[in-house]
Design a protein around this ligand. Sequence first.
Ligand code: ATR
Length: 284
Amino acid sequence: MKKNAGVMGFPVSHSLSPRLHGYWIEKYGLQARYLAREVKPENLEEELRSLPARCLEDKEIFRGTNLTIPLKETALDLVDDLEEAAKAIGAVNTVVLDDQNKLSGRNTDWIGFMDSLSDHLDIAEFKGKTALVLGAGGAARAIVYACLQMGFEKVMVTNRTRARALELCLDMGAGCDVLDWKDREAVLKETDLLVNTTSLGMTGQPPLEMSIEGLKEGAVVTDIVYVPLMTELLIEAKEKGYRTVDGLGMLLHQAKAGFEAWFGVKPEVDEGLRQFVLQGLNKK
Ligand code: ATR
């Protein structure tokens, strides 16, 4: 029977996930469909519980779904089983159904970030090192979690709204320190990994307004913004000779675990996929 998965959000039309999963479904010749479904938070539970039967009417098996804004937090209280990472990060971006239609809530964003770095370097180099994370929203939570998993000794979190950074650090526990937003440049000399998780620098948003003058030698600079792909931050970092990792890799790599759980094939993030998703970005 054909397998059915997808992405739910409100709105959902901006999502690149159908394009991304569609590429893999075709590449691996699977009997599967991946659909965008517009779902409001108040309807999420009903949608998740009723889809298995509705899919069966179409002779399809509902295997699960990705979740995007604003459903990632809504799902925390709805699933039957919440994986440790999703609980710690406070967001579910992937739901997987088992044979009894029990819902497992997972978070793969942190894996996406880690694997995206791994495309460019050996993440073992970060053991005992220091990271500086700009921002304290949902993406920052997944990235701080990933940094702690990678063995960073210290993760400094700085955010315009300090209280949010404080809450994030309290949730994540040891190894995570709050830094005032105005001091973000002062700590660059001790920073081995700099990550922008804010929306600053994205097309249509204000600039980041941060110079990386004095950043520690050999540091890595990453941005989760991928429109544009080369943000001002990454351009400056490259010009100054630092290693850079753009934001598209995290989006591509976070999708792998869900695809494998739903469809039984471990997909590969390759240059073909990257180009195909980039073309989709340019059309939006
Ligand atoms: P996401 O879930 O994608 O991370 P979010 O929760 O809206 O999105 O977080 C956006 C991040 O960008 C936040 O850290 C936000 O800072 P605040 O918590 O102070 O809102 C940051 N951000 C957005 N606009 C900003 C601006 N003009 N200056 C500084 N930070 C900004």
